[in-house]
Ligand binder design. Structure first.
Ligand code: MGD
Ligand code: MGD
Ligand code: SF4
Ligand code: MO
Length: 683
């Protein structure tokens, strides 16, 4: 049988967007490896995606539509196979019933970045629902707070050029666990280090990345803005402020400088639970080291004070003038540099889209419990597994179980969310469909073409939505656009064509050169090109216009602390991608069973021993885990990894049974890491 090889894109929600090489035999992918020529990802895939074909070729792929014939919340036993025609007719009539009874806003499309592909993720589905006048989804679950903060301070999700980090003399990894979640940036950090850079990690946990840094600062969760304010005060006192650059390219420095009068290093250190000397030493190092690169992760923005945290961290390099130099400045996400724009594709000029209310996806548990009025009575879920990954899980599962809720789930394999569906529709995976990718960690646009046969009757999301539109009697050419049409529309403003991408797979497409300093002389994507330390527009949404500090909610709550003495955070696990892969033998074997990591003193204080099964609980709910004593954390701080499947977990819930529906100060994001719990032996 002839073997062929094809380049494609890893679709997962990861900043690296690797180019991979698939070997295909008889319509089936038989080997996967990284593309050696890619300038950023350089031939290596992460461990979990080296085993991606376990997911693609797995015996558990969904191969036929399924309709529910038994109770909700039970599992595949409640379903029977159906033909596509029958299943689509069922979905169309369910959506029509909601429109007729509750109006189109009774429909909520619920989607996220299970694939980051613009075509399968963010075009045909949202386009159909926009046309129907369904409730619009605010896609806040991941980066909403950071995006809003970056929009405020820099005018968009932009920052230093990632490959330029090799030029940095000081690298600060701030709430960023590169070895787990941004693997391909790490070799650039190592290169900087070979050239003499010093690497500091700022993370409440001693992660693998922190352990490999030259220095690790472990602030209390949710206190980063206080730390950044203290560091800026130290810079001011040390005379290390770049007044000329601030004057030329920012607004609000005089106001911020005045605020820093109230942020002596002692106050910042106390707020963060750090030694004053440690904060001062980092301040001194920043004061004398140009360029300093701050790689900002997303961990620090899963707290109530997220917006101010990201603004304050991103203010630091403005104060030092670090954007002057290649390898200087801050970088949280590169998304804002990319020339691929979805909004005009979701709402093209020639397709009517009535106004509709917005619904915040991070509030789904509350929305289904009655927060939405009129109520949501039809839910269409794709590219996400909210029954495992959204907060306040016990309440959410109750909402998903509602008899008056008609739920359609498009999926590749049976997940927690499928348990609550009325109709489950089998979807293709990346080797089987066309997609177009930008990246939130580098500057390349990548095209992915279908090169293998989908199993059974699985179809691309786009095709499923085209069929739903047709079954609803909507006859509009925009709802018949092919995947290639959609990709071309997405590239309309890009300096690269579909043909070029078909030829070359990936193209650097942002206009920012490798190793350059894009904001050396301002030019931020704000109306006047200046970065904003003060943003008067924020006042209208009740947010402090000046960079400052919003404390965490639960972590800082003394009354709650008496009952729930442990703060719990749940960062990314190395061998999973959110809940993706959590059902596969290799990946779940590498992760091991759900564990809650406590400082050894906290384990001893509870009379527990290593491996004991414990119940982690608060007023919202509980999950079961094995306790492990781990000095990677400090007393009072517990952690577990996010996104084990609830249905595969011992008590039928995971960590999100204890996380809250609560908005961040800015952007309406979730606060996964701002949670208090107690841990006790399970009985
Ligand atoms: N292997 C793997 N890779 C992934 C993912 C995955 O699940 N697994 N998820 C992907 C997704 S969806 C995303 S959004 C990104 C997320 O990538 P990251 O930005 O790395 O996000 P997290 O792992 O949530 O948090 C990063 C670090 O922040 C720390 N942290 C938590 N709270 C605070 C705080 O208050 N201050 C500071 N300074 N640090 C804090 C955590 O301990 C963690 O080590 O990764 C993507 N990549
Ligand atoms: N406690 C806690 N919870 C968290 C977080 C945390 O840090 N702590 N992190 C949050 C973050 S950052 C994020 S981004 C969310 C992510 O949470 P989710 O958005 O739920 O992401 P996944 O768990 O990866 O689920 C994606 C699903 O999409 C499916 N999928 C992938 N591609 C396709 C496709 O082409 N078609 C269809 N139909 N389906 C597809 C996959 O099979 C998978 O089941 O989780 C959040 N939840
Ligand atoms: S998950 Fe990230 S690091 Fe792993 S292959 Fe995909 S893009 Fe690369
Ligand atoms: Mo995310």
């Amino acid at each position: 049988m002839p073997r062929t090889t094809h380049l494609g894109a890893c679709p997962l929600d990861c900043p690296d967007t690797c180019t991979w090489q698939l070997t295909v035999e008889d319509g089936r992918a038989v080997q996967i490896r990284g593309d050696r020529d890619h300038p950023f990802t350089r031939g290596v895939l992460c461990g979990k995606v080296n085993r991606y074909l376990d997911a693609v070729n797995g015996p558990d792929r969904l191969t036929t539509p399924l309709v529910r014939v038994g109770p909700k919340g039970v599992g595949p036993g409640s379903f029977r196979p159906a033909t596509w025609d029958e299943a689509i007719a069922w979905v169309a009539s369910g959506l029509r019933a909601t429109i007729d009874r509750d109006g189109p806003e009774g429909i909520l499309p619920y989607y996220f970045a299970g694939t980051m592909g613009h075509v399968q993720g963010w075009t045909m589905g949202p386009r159909l629902f926009a046309h129907l006048g369904a409730s619009r989804l605010q896609t806040t679950i991941c980066t909403a707070a950071a995006s809003a903060a970056l929009r405020s301070i820099y005018g968009g999700s932009v920052g230093f050029e990632p490959e330029s980090i090799v030029e940095a003399r000081l690298v600060v990894l701030w709430g960023a666990n590169l070895l787990s979640t941004n693997l391909h940036h790490w070799p650039f950090v190592e290169e900087a280090r070979r050239r003499g850079a010093y690497v500091v990690a700022i993370d409440p946990l001693r992660t693998d990345t922190a352990a490999r840094a030259d220095e690790h600062l472990a602030p209390l969760p949710g206190t980063d803005a206080a730390l950044a304010l203290g560091l800026m005060r130290h810079l001011l006192d040390a005379g290390a402020v770049d007044e000329a650059w601030l004057e030329a390219y920012t607004v609000g420095w005089p106001e911020l400088a005045a605020r820093l009068a109230r942020w002596p290093v002692e106050r910042a250190a106390a707020e963060c639970g750090l030694d004053v000397a440690v904060v001062r030493r980092l301040g001194d190092r920043i004061a004398r080291t140009r360029p300093t690169a701050i790689r900002v992760g997303l961990g620090a923005q899963r707290h109530h004070g997220a917006g101010q945290a990201i603004r304050a961290i991103c203010a630091l390099p403005l104060v030092t003038g670090d954007f002057r130099y290649p390898g200087g400045g801050a970088l949280c996400m590169t998304s804002g540099h990319h020339p691929v724009h979805r909004d005009p594709v979701v709402r093209p000029d020639d397709l009517p889209t009535p106004p509709a209310r917005s619904v915040n996806m991070s509030r789904l548990a509350a929305v289904l419990a009655g927060e939405a009025d009129p109520p949501i009575t039809a839910l269409v879920v794709f590219n996400t597994n909210p029954a495992a990954t959204a907060p306040d899980q016990t309440r959410l599962h109750a909402g998903l179980r509602r008899d008056d809720l008609f739920t359609t789930v498009l999926e590749q394999r049976w997940t927690d969310t499928c348990d609550y569906a009325d109709v489950v529709l089998p979807a293709t995976m990346q080797p089987e469909h066309l997609d177009l990718h930008s990246s939130y960690g580098h500057h390349y646009t990548t095209l992915n073409l279908p090169v293998t046969r989908a199993p059974g009757e699985a179809l691309p999301n786009t095709e499923i939505f085209r069929r739903i539109a047709a079954a609803m009697g909507i006859d509009h050419p925009r709802l018949r656009d092919t995947d290639e049409d959609l990709a071309r529309q997405l590239l309309r403003d890009a300096p690269v064509t579909f043909e070029q991408l078909r030829e070359r797979t990936y193209v650097r497409s942002t206009g920012v050169d490798v190793g350059s300093a894009p904001y050396a002389t301002g030019g931020f994507p704000t109306p006047d090109g200046r970065a904003r330390l003060l943003d008067p527009e924020l006042a209208s949404s009740g947010v402090d216009p000046l960079v400052g500090y919003t404390p965490p909610v639960e972590a800082a709550d003394a009354e709650l602390a008496a009952r729930f003495p442990l703060v719990l955070i749940a960062p990314a696990g190395r061998f999973l991608m959110n809940s993706t892969f959590a059902s596969l033998p290799w990946h779940s074997g590498r992760m091991g069973p759900p564990r809650v990591h406590l400082h050894p003193d906290d384990v001893a204080a509870r009379g527990l021993t290593e491996g004991d099964e414990v119940r982690v609980h608060n007023d919202r709910g509980s999950f079961l885990a094995a306790v492990t004593a781990d000095d990677a954390t400090r007393p009072g701080l517990a952690f577990t990894y996010k996104a084990y499947w609830a249905r595969l977990s011992p008590g039928g819930t995971n960590v999100n049974a204890v996380t809250a529906v609560r908005d961040t100060d800015l952007g309406g994001g979730p606060t996964f890491h701002d949670t208090r719990v107690e841990v006790e032996r399970a009985r």
